[in-house]
Every structure is written in structure tokens, then in C-alpha cells.
Design a protein around this ligand. Structure first.
Ligand code: NAD
Length: 257
């Protein structure tokens, strides 16, 4: 599955799943653009480490995915954008009648609207190159729901719908658009939910992991960022050229229940 000569832009890729995807794209030979809104020395160091270990070109570009102008500037500054991975995401957990509206707006902006802006900016580049792949990181929560995550679930269902629309608008072109729906992956985003859940249910960390998180996954295992990266690489491969407008669940069987 060589992606040699392609450039992959991965939003929100200085940690977790985005970083895992960037590594697997680089291992498959793609040049990669890392992104976050932080612009720390460590962010640039991550890009250097990927370049040193894999031999591809890797760069870090700061852009705040809550801002439309930053989203479009990221794609502009990337130069080529053959592969666009819309991964940046945040989470907030609260009952809908106590959900802070600023949190709702930020989640919709970063998890959903950013993908509208980046996709709109990237499609002309893909068309000019005669090849393109859009990979949107949705969630098992893009296909199912659970309480207290109204904004996240609305955003993830939204991105699944947007993926299908982009696929139909590009169906006759050598461009595909698909969404990956991970179950639980032990990243900083999930780690941040554990203390609140421990407090809410008066549970130990182990109980939260086993009885709240992994209870939803028949495999009883977390997916890994490498597995997510491998799935993204597959969607960019020639083998997946006729796969468009669909979702691939990487959730240990969660959505089969
Ligand atoms: P994470 O917190 O490790 O990564 C989130 C990334 O988004 C980070 O790189 C962060 O810098 C970036 N980000 C946040 N706000 C940003 C902004 N305003 N501008 C630019 N970048 C920003 O979490 P993760 O679990 O790796 O999440 C990555 C994606 O995977 C998210 O879309 C998340 O919803 C999705 N997801 C995660 C899980 C899971 O279990 N971890 C499950 C399903 C879906």
C-alpha cells in the first residue's frame, strides 16, 4: 500500500489518533503535514522525528480548527493536499439542559465545521492533481448515541452525513470520501473523561475502563492509534478506490450490538 509521492494533511495531529495516522501515512511513504493550534517546539519536533525515522517530508503547520480562515490557510500553506484527514476533535460531557453554549459552539466548529472548510479548500487541489482521498474521523458516536454528549454526537452524526455528500459530489472523479468510526481508543481525549466518570459513579479507574468504556466493546479491548492509522492508509490505497461514501467501524464490535 504505497502512498509514495502523495501529501497527507492530518488535522489535530500532535497527539492521539491524528498522530498515529500521520505515522502510518509516513510509513506508507506519504509526505505529511502535522497540525494543531499550539505551535510548540514539541509539535515541530514531532514532524522532524517522523521525517528522520521514515525518510518522508514532514512539516508542522499551526492552525486553529475552530476558525474557518485558519482551516483554509492550513490547506493553502500545505501546498499539495492529496489526502485530507479531518481528525481534530474535542469533547465535553454534560446533560443537554446544562450544556454550556460555548462548549456546544466549539465542538460543532472543531469537530464538524472545520471539515467543511478544509474539504472545500482541498477539493480543487485534488481535482488539479487528478487524485484525492478525504478521510473523516467520525466515531461510534456518529452512528449511535449515549447520554450527555449531545454536541459531540450531533457533530459526529453530521460528519458522517457530510462524508456521504462529498462522496456523491465526487463520485465520477478519482476522489473518494469515507469516514472511520472508532470505538474507544485510550488517547488524551478519553483519559480526560475518566476522572469525572470515577467521581460520578464512585468507581475506581479500572472499573470505569472495564465497566463503562470496554463494556460497550464486545472485544473488551481498546483500538490502537496504529490500527486507526492502518485503516486510514487502506482507505487511501488503490484497493479502496471503489470505496466511497461509507463508514468503517474500528470499534471491537460496538456497533454490531
Ligand atoms: P486527542 O485529544 O489526543 O487529539 C485531538 C487532537 O485535536 C489533538 O491533536 C489536538 O491538538 C487537536 N485539536 C483540538 N482542538 C484543536 C483546534 N482548535 N485546532 C486544531 N487542532 C485541535 O484525542 P483523540 O482521541 O486522538 O481524537 C482524535 C479524533 O478521534 C477526534 O475527532 C475524536 O472525536 C475522534 N475519536 C476518538 C475516539 C477515542 O476513543 N479516542 C473515539 C472516536 C472518535
Amino acid at each position: 500500500m504505497s502512498l509514495s509521492g502523495k501529501t497527507a494533511v492530518v488535522t489535530g495531529s500532535n497527539s492521539g489518533i491524528g498522530l498515529g495516522i500521520a505515522w502510518e501515512m509516513a510509513r506508507a511513504g506519504a509526505n505529511v503535514i502535522l497540525n494543531s493550534f499550539t505551535d510548540r517546539d514539541e509539535d515541530h519536533a514531532l514532524a522532524r522525528e517522523i521525517a528522520d525515522q521514515t525518510g518522508v517530508e514532514a512539516r508542522y503547520i499551526r492552525a486553529d480548527m475552530s476558525r474557518g480562515d485558519d482551516c483554509r490557510a492550513l490547506i493553502e500553506q500545505a501546498g499539495s493536499c492529496d489526502i485530507l484527514v479531518n481528525n481534530a476533535g474535542i469533547q465535553h460531557v454534560a446533560p443537554i439542559d446544562q450544556f454550556p453554549v460555548e462548549k456546544w459552539d466549539a465542538i460543532i466548529a472543531i469537530n464538524l465545521t472545520s471539515a467543511f472548510h478544509t474539504t472545500a479548500a482541498a477539493l480543487p487541489k485534488m481535482r488539479a492533481a487528478g487524485w484525492g482521498r478525504v478521510v473523516n474521523i467520525a466515531s461510534a458516536h456518529g452512528l449511535t448515541a449515549s447520554p450527555y454528549k449531545s454536541a459531540y454526537i450531533a457533530a459526529k452524526h453530521g460528519i458522517v452525513g457530510m462524508t456521504k455528500t462529498v462522496a456523491l459530489e465526487t463520485a465520477e472523479e478519482p476522489i473518494t470520501a469515507n469516514a472511520i468510526c472508532p470505538g474507544y481508543v485510550l488517547t488524551p481525549l478519553v483519559e480526560a473523561q475518566i476522572p469525572d466518570t470515577m467521581k460520578e459513579y464512585d468507581m475506581s479507574r479500572d472499573d470505569v475502563v472495564r465497566n463503562v468504556m470496554l463494556a460497550r466493546q464486545p472485544s473488551k479491548e481498546f483500538a490502537t492509534v496504529e490500527q486507526l492509522g492502518g485503516t486510514a492508509v487502506f482507505l487511501c490505497s488503490d484497493a479502496a478506490a471503489q470505496i466511497t461514501g461509507t463508514t468503517i467501524s474500528v470499534d471491537g464490535g460496538w456497533t454490531a450490538l
